[in-house]
Design a protein around this ligand. Structure first.
Ligand SMILES: [Zn+2]
Length: 287
């Protein structure tokens, strides 16, 4: 398997492991009372590792658009007080993930497959919902209850140990706190739906984007560029149906005045096409 990016130097990697393990161990030990500041500290620590290990797109125009759309949605949620961060990972693998405290990563593959602003907004709204609902923190609490906190620490260390090689496999998919079960995914869909509507955006894009991924998977199989999405967002078929039910309940009347596309999105898409293609992802997708 070919890593996406060169690994960190051994010493730097070891230093990161020690810091990450200490921070995580402390937080896991006190998971029952994870404060906002602790959650943000954990997210910032993980985000730093992700940013060191994954190839970021680093294009100011594209990132500015994604960031402004993400913020427009996040700032109308109950966690508007968080300092939200939105970054684009330079890979055509389709995935997005949220870290505690308001750190959202969207892969370039999502931007490339989105045909309208509301489709990208649907993905952002969903990831923002994971943070608003504190799903990562709940996972930490559950882990402590079942006394597997140490496993969680090992999982993180494992990620650090293998640096690019491990993390690049699913481009974010292996992150301990960024993987949620079916129930959390369904919750993030309905909260994400509401987040998008609150920002004045048409939620239909959520449905059409997920449909597109289902079509691509049906055509090209689980090893395709959309495979990681399905591994990290279980139950997509049922979720598309549930989103359909939410749209039906809302009715066309309820969507009047909501925006589905904007000029900024089209400018961002044109800019994306001008950029060099992303580095090749690993040959095999291993969970
Ligand atoms: Zn999710």
């Amino acid at each position: 398997m070919r890593p996406l990016v060169p690994s960190l130097s051994r010493r730097a990697a070891r230093a990161t492991i020690v810091t990450a393990t200490l921070v995580t161990a402390t937080l896991v030990a006190t998971a029952c009372t994870v404060s906002r500041d602790e959650e943000v500290a954990l997210g910032a620590d993980e985000a730093k590792q992700v940013e060191a290990q994954l190839p970021l797109l680093g294009d100011p125009d594209v990132e500015r658009y994604v960031s402004s759309l993400g913020r427009a949605i996040a700032e109308r949620t109950s966690r508007a007080d968080l300092d939200w961060h939105f970054r684009v990972v330079n890979t055509d693998v389709v995935n997005a993930f949220a870290l505690p405290g308001g750190y959202i990563f969207v892969n370039r593959g999502v931007l490339e497959r989105a045909d309208r602003m509301d489709e990208l907004a649907g993905v952002l709204g969903h990831e923002i919902a994971h943070v608003v609902l504190r799903h990562s923190v709940q996972q930490m609490q559950k882990a402590q209850k079942t006394n597997v906190g140490i496993t969680l620490v090992c999982t993180l260390t494992h990620i650090c140990n293998n640096a690019a090689a491990q993390v690049a496999i699913n481009v974010g998919g292996s992150l301990a706190f960024a993987k949620f079960g079916r129930r959390a995914e369904a919750q993030a869909d309905s909260a994400g739906f509401a987040n998008v509507v609150r920002a004045g955006i048409d939620p239909s894009g959520m449905q059409s984007f997920f449909e597109k991924l289902l079509d691509e998977e049906a055509k090209h199989g689980p090893q395709s560029r959309v495979g990681a999405w399905f591994q990290d967002h279980p139950g997509t078929r049922d979720r598309v149906d549930a989103i359909g039910a939410m749209l039906a309940a809302q009715g066309a009347q309820g969507r009047q005045g909501l925006v589905a596309d904007d000029e900024g999105f089209r400018v961002m898409k044109r800019r994306l096409q001008e950029l060099p293609p992303p580095p090749s992802p690993p040959d095999t997708v291993v969970q």
